[in-house]
Write a protein that binds this ligand. Structure first.
Ligand SMILES: Nc1nc2c(ncn2[C@@H]2O[C@H](COP(=O)(O)OP(=O)(O)OP(=O)(O)O)[C@@H](O)[C@H]2O)c(=O)[nH]1
Ligand SMILES: [Mg+2]
Length: 193
């Protein structure tokens, strides 16, 4: 049974004019390409194939919107930081994302996925800045935690917490082992209230 029984795909947008009506509350998932955004959305909603996951980084250059209820949405943002993306696509990514962050009033929370083995890249900081500027609660999921030992996990959690201070809350997460899924749901519910 899904934790969000009414969750459903709403629409994909590749430009700001296509965004759904800016009302209600929405939580966006951002992160570098391949960091596990779509897998996290699937694990948190309890729907195996709601958001498309892929082994080819940088494929999703669209913003995907999902409805949770009549007035709540989840948003799967296109990944960033993929070296092989051509300049025109990088330019498009920047326009699409800045269009989203500058104007989206319904953005209440930003969940930032960072591979727990490579956290806090420059583009992750940029994302924190965009979310903070919008006044959204930022929450970091240190993803693929199943790839770390217990000690490595504790260490990276402490380090990232210390680096972020009060800019964001942080937790370890794994879509594979379901570690941290309940904790993430609580945060999400709080953001959408
Ligand atoms: N071991 C492990 N692999 C994971 C986990 N989450 C995602 N992956 C794998 O990482 C790859 C990328 O996952 P996605 O969820 O598609 O990542 P994404 O951030 O949505 O990627 P883009 O949309 O391309 O930016 C896939 O091969 C997933 O199976 C996890 O918790 N543990
Ligand atoms: Mg994705």
């Amino acid at each position: 049974m899904s934790h969000y029984p009414t969750v459903n795909f709403l629409t994909s947008s590749w430009q700001a004019t296509q965004f759904p009506a800016d009302s209600g509350a929405e939580v966006a998932f951002a992160g570098r390409s391949n960091s596990g955004k779509s897998s996290a959305i699937n694990a948190i909603t309890g729907r195996i194939a709601l958001a498309r996951t892929s082994k080819t980084p940088g494929r999703t250059q669209l913003i995907n919107f999902f409805t949770l209820g009549e007035t709540q949405r989840l948003v799967d943002l296109p990944g960033y930081g993929f070296a092989k993306v051509p300049p025109a696509m990088q330019q498009h990514w920047h326009e699409l994302m800045s269009g989203y962050f500058e104007h989206r009033q319904s953005l209440k929370g930003l969940v930032i996925l960072m591979d727990s083995r490579h956290p806090l890249k420059d583009t992750d900081w940029q994302m924190l800045q965009w979310g903070g500027a919008r006044g959204a609660h930022c929450h970091v999921l240190l993803s693929k935690a199943d790839k770390l030992s217990q000690a490595e996990g504790s260490k990276v959690l402490r380090e990232v917490q210390a680096a972020l201070g009060d800019q964001a809350t942080v937790q370890l997460f794994s879509a594979t082992s379901h570690r941290g899924v309940q904790e993430a749901r609580k945060i999400l519910d709080g953001m959408l209230k």
